[in-house]
Design a protein around this ligand. Structure first.
Ligand SMILES: N[C@H](CCC[C@H](N)C(=O)O)C(=O)O
Length: 311
C-alpha cells in the first residue's frame, strides 16, 4: 500500500512535493507545515526508505527531505527585488543533516520559484549562502526547469574537509582503506578516486571503509571519476547519509572537477560530469566560486503522515 494511501482522518499529515535533480530525489516540505513534526530525522528515515517509504511512479523512497523556510519572497519589500531567500535544511535517510546538497539546491530553488515567482533564490545552508538562478523552459507549465547554483570555492585544506587533527597536509592521490583518493570539500567532504572505468568498480564494496575511515572525523562521500576526454567525466558516488549509491551527486560532480584540475587532468574551467542519472555542467574557475548547472524536475505532490510516536 502506498505510504500516502494509509493516511486516515486522525493522522497528522505534512504536504510535500517530490523533486529530483538528475535522479537524486528529494521530498520538499515547507518548514511551517512541518512544525508538527517533532522528530525530523525519524520522519526522513520513515519516508525515504527505498522499500517502505513514499511511493512514486517508478521508485519508492527518496535521498532526503528538504525542509524549506522562505524568509524573503523577493517582492518589492524584500532585500533585493526579484531575489527570494530561503533556509534549506537537508535531512538524509539516516537522519543526519547535510551541510549542503548541490542537486537538492536545484530542487529547492525550483520549489521556491513556484511559490514566489522569483527566478533567483539565495539559499541559506549550513555551508553558507548559495545563490541559485532558475531558467524555465519554453513551456512554463513544464515540470522541469534548469538551475545554476553557485557552489562556493572547493577546498583541499584539512581543516575545511575536515581531516583528522593529525593531518596537516591535504590528501592528494593518497591510499585510504585501499582506494587512492584526493579529498576536497565542496560544501560536504568528497573522497574522489580517478579510475579508468567507473562501472568496473564494485562501489558498494570499496566505498564503506573509505566513507567511515578514521581520517574523516565527519565521514566522507566516496566519488569515482573517469576522464572521458575533452573536459567530460563519468561519475558515481556512494553518499554519506544515504549510505549507498545515488543516481547523481551535485557536490560530488563539483568535486570531480576540482580534483581533475588539481591533478592537472584538465586545464578547462567548464566541464561536463555524468553520473548515472544524467549530465551536470560544472565550472571550477581559479578565481571564484564553482557552479553547478542542471535540471530540477517536479514529480508529484503527496501528503506524508507523521508516523505514530513521532507526533
Ligand atoms: N550525502 C551528502 C549530502 C548530499 C549531497 C548530494 N546529494 C549532492 O547533490 O550534493 C553528505 O552527507 O555529505
Amino acid at each position: 500500500m502506498s505510504d500516502a494511501a494509509d493516511t486516515d482522518a486522525d493522522v497528522h499529515t505534512v504536504p510535500a512535493v517530490k523533486y529530483h535533480g538528475t535522479g537524486n530525489d528529494f521530498l520538499v516540505v515547507d518548514a511551517a507545515d512541518a512544525a508538527g513534526v517533532p522528530d525530523r530525522g525519524a520522519f526522513a528515515v520513515h519516508h525515504c526508505d527505498r522499500e517502505t517509504g513514499v511511493e512514486g511512479d517508478d521508485r519508492t523512497g527518496a535521498d532526503g527531505v528538504l525542509f524549506m523556510d522562505i524568509t524573503d519572497d523577493g517582492g518589492d519589500g524584500g532585500k533585493e527585488e526579484g531575489v527570494a531567500r530561503a533556509t534549506m535544511t537537508l535531512v538524509q535517510p539516516d537522519a543526519s543533516i547535510a551541510e549542503m546538497c548541490g542537486n537538492g539546491a536545484r530542487c529547492a530553488a525550483a520549489w521556491v520559484r513556484e511559490r514566489t515567482g522569483a527566478n533567483v533564490v539565495d539559499l541559506d545552508t549550513p555551508a553558507g549562502v548559495r545563490r541559485a538562478t532558475v531558467t524555465a523552459g519554453d513551456d512554463d507549465a513544464s515540470d522541469e526547469v534548469t538551475v545554476e547554483v553557485e557552489m562556493g570555492r572547493p577546498s583541499f585544506a584539512p581543516a575545511d574537509v575536515p581531516l583528522a587533527a593529525d593531518r596537516e597536509e591535504p590528501l592528494i592521490e593518497t591510499v585510504v582503506e585501499g582506494l587512492t583518493v584526493s579529498v576536497v570539500d565542496t560544501g560536504v567532504p568528497h573522497a574522489v578516486a580517478f579510475v579508468d572505468d567507473v562501472d568496473a568498480v564494485d562501489l558498494d564494496a570499496v566505498a564503506p571503509p573509505v566513507r567511515h575511515a578514521a581520517v574523516f572525523p565527519e565521514g566522507a562521500n566516496v566519488t569515482l571519476a573517469a576522464d572521458t576526454g575533452d573536459g567530460t567525466f563519468d561519475q558515481r558516488t556512494f553518499e554519506r547519509g544515504v549510505e549507498g549509491e545515488t543516481l547523481a551527486c551535485g557536490t560530488g560532480a563539483v568535486a570531480v572537477g576540482a580534483v581533475a584540475r588539481r591533478l592537472g587532468s584538465t586545464d578547462r574551467e567548464a566541464l561536463a560530469v555524468s553520473p548515472p542519472g544524467g549530465t551536470l555542467q560544472i565550472t571550477v574557475p581559479d578565481d571564484g566560486p564553482a557552479t553547478l548547472t542542471g535540471p530540477a524536475a517536479r514529480e508529484f505532490t503527496v501528503d506524508l503522515p507523521v508516523p505514530e510516536g513521532e507526533r
